[in-house]
Design a protein around this ligand. Structure first.
Ligand SMILES: Cc1ncc(COP(=O)(O)O)c(C=O)c1O
Length: 368
């Protein structure tokens, strides 16, 4: 599959041959070797945030949202109240999860190009002492905006509240240190910056909070307390594990560490992002966010104004040249997105920029 397109999307993304080859073996879900694989995986994941002393890693079958829903359902008591900080679609999803689960919540929404600030959170917590948990998207993938996690976490800690971080698209690439940023839960998944394949999420749950969470969950399958208790006792997943996804993620983590861990992954994505931004700017394509708040994960670009530009046609033509782009997720402005993550480097990003330039020329899109 050497001519398979490069996915410039925020997951599923392009994985290495070695990671895909790790899925060629079948594993028994109760087998000691597979249990060791899971234990090693959890240990390596926790090491990325230096969280082994304070948190348990609880893996969960399913896409990222399953893990987010499980974290809220398990850790927020039924009489808790969540303050949801929103500046995009994934923040909206957090609020929807609270609503569906019947947890009391309030929302604070800023524009999609405005990070939530620590001052906002200070004001909101001072005004509402009934809030027990604050939920935040670290990198809001619907635009690529980075929210100032350390400063917000500081305010939440000062108010004695608990923080739930959706770090789905940032974990593994942007630094988060559990010894400095106090959080009750951090949620991420296999198929993002760790460059595994999709199919499982994981939650770093603060140990005492998880121990106290028995009976909170609204659901059997999504109960992280139960999932953890069973795994701690037996070494096994509670229900059928995504064995091939676990094996692939384990192999992806070996490569992550060989590459140089988080600093190296961050640097490669930052280089990808810079190559992309510089190259697209030369074509005349404008990014939606200012550089200061742009995470090196995914970039939103304004669509060309020219009526000859149609996203579907543009997408198909760029795909034919070997690159899969991503549609925009904004309601007010027409945009498209390009991911900077996955097994791709600056040369690949430059090739993608060249493909975009060629396609716009072919489409005779002049008014960019
Ligand atoms: C910030 C964020 N939260 C949650 C998710 C989970 O989405 P899904 O359930 O589609 O994996 C994603 C996926 O891209 C994301 O970027």
């Amino acid at each position: 599959m050497s001519n398979a397109p490069i996915l410039l999307t925020p997951g599923p993304l392009t994985t290495s041959l070695r990671t895909r080859q790790a899925m060629l073996m079948d594993w028994g879900s109760w087998d000691r070797d597979f249990n060791q694989l899971t234990a090693s995986l959890c240990e390596q994941l926790l090491a990325i945030v230096d969280g082994a002393a304070s948190h348990h890693c609880v893996p969960l079958q399913g896409s990222g949202t399953f893990a987010v829903e499980a974290a809220i359902g398990t850790l927020v008591p039924r009489d808790g109240k969540v303050l949801v900080l929103i500046n995009g679609a994934y923040g909206q999803r957090l609020a929807k999860i609270c609503k569906v689960l019947g947890r009391t919540y309030s929302t604070f929404e800023t524009a999609e190009d405005q990070p939530t600030t620590a001052e906002d959170v200070e004001r909101l917590l001072a005004a509402d002492p009934t809030v027990t948990h604050v939920a935040l998207i670290h990198c809001e993938t619907s635009t690529g905006i980075l929210n100032p996690l350390p400063a917000i976490a500081q305010v939440i800690k000062a108010h004695g509240k608990r923080l739930i971080i959706d770090a789905m698209s940032s974990f593994g690439a942007l630094p988060i240190d559990a010894r400095e940023v106090q959080f009750e839960a951090l949620i991420a998944a296999s198929g993002k910056c760790l460059e595994g394949v999709p199919g499982m999420g994981f939650v770093f749950a603060e140990k005492t909070a998880l121990a106290a969470a028995e009976g909170n969950a609204h659901s059997l399958a999504m109960d992280l307390h139960d999932q953890h208790a069973y795994m701690a006792k037996t070494g096994q997943w509670r229900f059928t594990p995504p064995t091939h996804v676990v094996a692939a993620l384990h192999e992806a983590l070996l490569q992550y560490n060989e590459e140089g861990g988080l600093p190296a992954r961050h640097q490669r994505y930052a280089d990808n992002c810079k190559t992309l931004l510089d190259g697209m700017a030369r074509i005349g394509l404008r990014s939606f966010l200012p550089t200061a708040i742009q995470a090196p994960i995914i970039v939103t670009f304004h669509a060309p104004k020219d009526p000859r530009y149609q996203f579907k046609d543009f997408y198909e033509r760029v795909k034919a040249k070997g690159f899969i782009l991503y549609p925009g997720k904004l309601t007010q402005v027409e945009t498209f997105r390009v991911g900077c993550i996955g097994v791709v480097g600056a040369a690949g990003m430059q090739a993608a920029v060249d493909a975009v330039a060629d396609v716009l020329r072919e489409m005779e899109v002049l008014d960019i």
